[in-house]
Design a protein around this ligand. Structure first.
Ligand SMILES: [Zn+2]
Length: 269
């Protein structure tokens, strides 16, 4: 027997439900078709690429940070000044965190990777970026009790569906064996985007923006922690997070980022 169900037979709710499930299966079908038909594209130049998410040409343009560098800030030195010598920046304006390490310099090419991960749904980049971070941070990770990702405000996290810092921390954790405390910090103030703000405005913008959750006190108190984020520009966000962790009794806070600004930079993130 043939039963015809017309739209008039359906309630508004059922119709919406049918549409939603139709949209879902169309999306799933498309993702499947695209996955089969298209090779992975280079995150920077969009050329087809095998494996790592970045083609050989773009890879060679990345500026990896290697010693010699400032033991506090991780800023590369043009020549080796000898063990323990700090950069002018570290002496003139010492950060509240103990040490910072970064995998690469923040420039056009690394910005493309950061943006692809953050806004472009290129979650496939996280294992590679996290691996470079684990290498760059070997020294601070060797002494760490736990990793703490810089949290997004929940409103922003809902819009974006994931926190790129938490994703990178997971990869670093797998490679280093240092556990991640995902819920240590809470963003209590929805800050405006730091892009385009001056250094002093950035600091004011994030002041008091982070708190240690009461249930995370145990995981923070007397621990050596490594804050994980994608980019360090002025360091205002990471300093605000460090202050919150130190107030909650952390023994030491180091910082590990994918990319950091080195020297004067007009590149906006
Ligand atoms: Zn490329």
């Amino acid at each position: 027997m043939h039963v015809e169900v017309t739209t008039e037979d359906l309630t508004e709710q059922a119709r919406a439900g049918r549409l939603a499930s139709l949209a879902k299966s169309v999306r799933a079908g498309l993702a499947f078709a695209v996955g089969i038909a298209l090779p992975q594209l280079c995150a920077a130049c969009r050329e087809p690429v095998e494996g790592e998410g970045l083609c050989a040409a773009c890879w060679s343009k990345l500026s990896f940070i290697a010693p010699p560098y400032c033991p506090r800030l991780g800023i590369p030195f043009p020549s080796d000044p000898g063990a323990g010598v700090l950069s002018m920046e570290a002496i003139a304006d010492p950060p509240v965190y103990a040490r910072a390490r970064a995998a690469v310099r923040f420039d056009e090419i690394s910005r493309t990777l950061v943006h692809a991960l953050k806004y472009g749904d290129r979650l496939d980049l996280a294992p590679t970026m996290g691996r470079w971070m684990a290498n760059a941070g070997r020294e601070v990770l060797a002494e760490a009790d736990a990793l703490v990702p810089v949290p997004l405000h929940w409103r922003r996290q809902w819009g974006r569906r994931f926190n790129q810092s938490a994703l990178l921390a997971e990869v670093i954790s797998k490679r280093s064996g240092v556990r991640v405390v995902h819920t240590a910090l809470k963003r209590v103030k929805a800050t405006v985007q730091q892009v385009g703000l001056a250094r002093s405005e950035r600091a004011a913008n994030v002041q008091g923006a982070f708190k240690v959750r009461p249930q995370a006190q145990e995981a923070v108190k007397a621990r050596r922690l490594v804050l994980v984020d994608d980019v360090l520009t002025t360091g205002a966000t990471l300093e605000a997070c460090t202050r919150a962790l130190l107030r909650a009794g952390a023994a030491q806070v180091d910082v590990l980022v994918f990319a950091r600004v080195v020297g004067p930079s007009r590149i906006l993130i």
